[in-house]
Design a protein around this ligand. Structure first.
Ligand code: 1GP
Length: 262
């Protein structure tokens, strides 16, 4: 019994150490007073709902040529086997792979880490805690680094899959203080990352005003995504205080944008 307790605590310690290293990497400690000097990273998002082996092999080649430092993998419908296949292939890009799950069914050990998303912009208990309860035991058993993340959907000009599937309203795009208070509440609840998402294929990315207001309020790293299609938009997000900018659709549709990256 004692041995198994010791093993348990040793295991927890190693997991915590792993998590801290990962937060450091993901957080890329920045000087919050000098937003324009913030360190920044680009992440690509691969949606395994679309494509198969050939497509993902092509994505690997493109990812290798791109400035991306991180791969998020996530979608709304996929099955575990498809997710696993996608991860195995994307491994060849030699970048950390972080799950961006759409549901509790999308926990697989083959990734490095998982964003444990709580949809704090919404008021649907299923996405605040319900899915988490379903996933809790498999998360604990997995070797994944768990990244508790306050997930905020921000209105990007049209309904998105995330708002439809989660049955929640995004936060209004012109209410930066509402986004800031929501993100702060998430951080005070213990969330280690904040993800501001205008939703996949959004017409308008999250505005600089919203990002800056959130940056002012929270200390944890901020991930921004949804509708970002140009280097200029990515630079604006970083300038406003994002640590990570996510490009999904554009990377899969016209990855030349990343080849021409300056
Ligand atoms: C969506 O933030 C991601 O959840 C990425 O969005 O596909 O529009 O880049 P895009």
């Amino acid at each position: 019994m004692l041995v198994s307790k010791c093993t348990y605590y040793a295991h927890r310690k190693i997991l915590n150490l792993g998590a801290n290293v990962f937060y450091f990497y993901l957080g890329m400690k920045m000087n919050f007073g000098v937003i324009e000097h913030a360190q920044k990273g680009l992440a690509i998002l691969i949606d395994p709902d679309f494509g198969g082996q050939l497509h993902w092999e092509h994505m690997v080649a493109l990812a290798k040529k791109s400035p991306a430092k991180l791969i998020f993998i996530g979608g709304s419908f996929m099955h575990k086997s498809q997710l696993d296949n996608c991860i195995q292939i994307m491994r060849q890009a030699n970048l950390p792979i972080v799950l961006f799950p759409g549901s509790s069914q999308q926990v697989v050990d083959s990734a490095d880490a998982i964003l444990l998303l709580s949809l704090i912009s919404g008021r649907n208990p299923e996405f605040l805690i319900g899915q988490h309860v379903q996933a809790a035991r498999s998360l604990k058993k997995s070797g994944l680094t768990i990244l508790p993340t306050g997930y905020l959907l921000i209105d990007g000009g049209k309904p998105t899959t995330a708002s439809y599937i989660s049955n929640t309203q995004p936060l209004p795009a012109d209410k930066p203080q509402l986004a800031a208070a929501t993100a702060l509440a998430g951080e005070l609840l213990g969330m280690k990352l904040i993800y501001l998402d205008a939703g996949s294929g959004a017409d308008r990315p999250v505005s600089m005003d919203v990002i800056a207001a959130v940056r002012k309020e929270v200390e944890c790293p901020i991930i921004v995504g949804g509708g970002i299609k140009t280097q200029e938009q990515a630079e604006q997000a970083w300038m406003a205080g994002a640590n990570w900018v996510v490009m999904g659709n554009i990377f899969e549709e016209d990855p030349s944008i990343l080849e021409d990256w300056k």
